[in-house]
Design a protein around this ligand. Sequence first.
Ligand SMILES: *[C@@H]1O[C@H](CO)[C@@H](O)[C@H](O)[C@H]1NC(C)=O
Ligand SMILES: *[C@@H]1O[C@H](CO)[C@@H](O)[C@H](O)[C@H]1NC(C)=O
Ligand SMILES: *[C@@H]1O[C@H](CO)[C@@H](O)[C@H](O)[C@H]1NC(C)=O
Ligand SMILES: *[C@@H]1O[C@H](CO)[C@@H](O)[C@H](O)[C@H]1NC(C)=O
Ligand SMILES: *[C@@H]1O[C@H](CO)[C@@H](O)[C@H](O)[C@H]1NC(C)=O
Ligand SMILES: [Fe+2]
Length: 465
Amino acid sequence: MSSSSSSVICSFVIILALFFNSLLLCNGGKTSIYVRKEEKTVDMPLHSDVFQAPLGYNAPQQVHITQGDHVGKAVIVSWVTQDEPGSNTVVYWSEGSKEKMKAVGKISTYKYYNYTSGFIHHCTVKNLEYNTKYYYVVGEGTSMRKFWFTTPPEVGPDVPYTFGLIGDLGQTFDSNVTLTHYEKNPMNGQTMLFVGDLSYADNHPNHDNVRWDTWGRFVERSAAYQPWIWTTGNHEIDFAPEIGETKPFKPYTHRYHVPYRASQSTAPFWYSIKRASAYIIVLSSYSAYGKYTPQNQWIEQELPKVNRTETPWLIVLMHSPWYHSYNYHYMEAETMRVMYEPLLVQYKVDVVFSGHVHAYERSERISNIAYNLVNGECSPVKDLSAPIYITIGDGGNIEGIANNMTVPQPEYSAYREASFGHAIFDIKNRTHAYYSWHRNHDGYAVQGDSTWVFNRFWHPVDESQ
Ligand SMILES: *[C@@H]1O[C@H](CO)[C@@H](O)[C@H](O)[C@H]1NC(C)=O
Ligand SMILES: *[C@@H]1O[C@H](CO)[C@@H](O)[C@H](O)[C@H]1NC(C)=O
Ligand SMILES: *[C@@H]1O[C@H](CO)[C@@H](O)[C@H](O)[C@H]1NC(C)=O
Ligand SMILES: *[C@@H]1O[C@H](CO)[C@@H](O)[C@H](O)[C@H]1NC(C)=O
Ligand SMILES: *[C@@H]1O[C@H](CO)[C@@H](O)[C@H](O)[C@H]1NC(C)=O
Ligand SMILES: [Fe+2]
């Protein structure tokens, strides 16, 4: 080959590269023109309707459920009684059945600074049938309260299932609007994937734990009827040596139990569950994750166990986002990303949901794992084996909106908007899921952002085209 023809080829390749580069620039990056008015988000006052305790002596309050085993045939029922321990039994029966069954749980209390909790009950109801509606009753006599839930279909590759997503909810008037939008969304979320930062009690003097109780009463209207899958955020740490509180996660771990032992985890901050066609891995941004730590050992053993023939959808939840483009908490999760991103790409995670940044953003499929200290390859690149990263810390808490974005919008960012809302991840079959985000200023059925998500194992096609 003559040198002139090789230089022609060479310049052709450069032009082609520039062309694809500009394509990527054109495709990526929409910053919404919708800008939410900046206003103070205030916690609903203690006497608000959503915080009212149920009537009756020692009536169970703050009732909430979560998955109780690895596969969805058990439920942990939790509640609080204020006056005395009371009954710790859950009476339950399947719809249409006359046979009532009982399960007995455990009671605990805790103190935090000058606050003493009520009697916190956790009871695991086991050996449930799949795809069945159950009624359950907690409490005694005239203070009995009845709720219901539906178990998921048997774990398998082609079972449709609809997850809701909320992060950083708190207990402001906006939090209430976000939760109402989730409840009224015609897409009907069946299980809530909650990406951390629950009550924001720690924004009150001495982390006023009364605000943990009001939060429990506030979310009961959803969390007593469908499982909320919990992730820990920074507002769950409640580490306050200045008032003598040095045990991290004390209120959270007393109040919210998760089935971590069922996935061989040794702590409630990282664990996994299977639900219908999804395998959900919950990670902890605020527990040690370096080499040789318990969380690191666990994730290295966990990811190879995921059988995509059984559960095609691999979803990861963690509080602090690896990819977003707001000038808040920017790069806070960078060390964790460096540790775990190669694993998530290797095992072809479909989507990662995070909170922490009080706004909304969806990324392209990108990775940044080529850098090795000497090669200088340290920019995110398009990667069809990589997850989509969704930041959904826009529940509407007391700290307000995050509306300061990096300019220009980075190529890895597909859509971003500084307003409050929730999302729905609607699995249709092993290849397709429909994802939508819903602004809490709109009508209940309006979608602010949406995309088809193609499964990375069964249909690893570029959905951004
Ligand atoms: C706890 O202490 C704070 C001030 O330090 C006080 O305002 C509050 O009433 C106390 N609460 C209880 C339950 O004693
Ligand atoms: C919270 O939302 C519910 C449902 O929309 C409504 O009934 C209730 O009055 C609201 N409460 C507050 C304090 O905004
Ligand atoms: C993966 O799951 C499928 C469907 O349940 C099953 O047939 C197969 O044996 C599993 N593979 C492994 C390696 O366990
Ligand atoms: C937005 O964030 C940048 C970077 O932290 C800062 O320099 C700038 O002042 C902020 N803008 C506003 C309006 O707060
Ligand atoms: C999976 O769902 C998508 C979206 O509803 C549909 O277009 C596709 O045909 C389905 N695939 C199969 C194999 O049913
Ligand atoms: Fe946070």
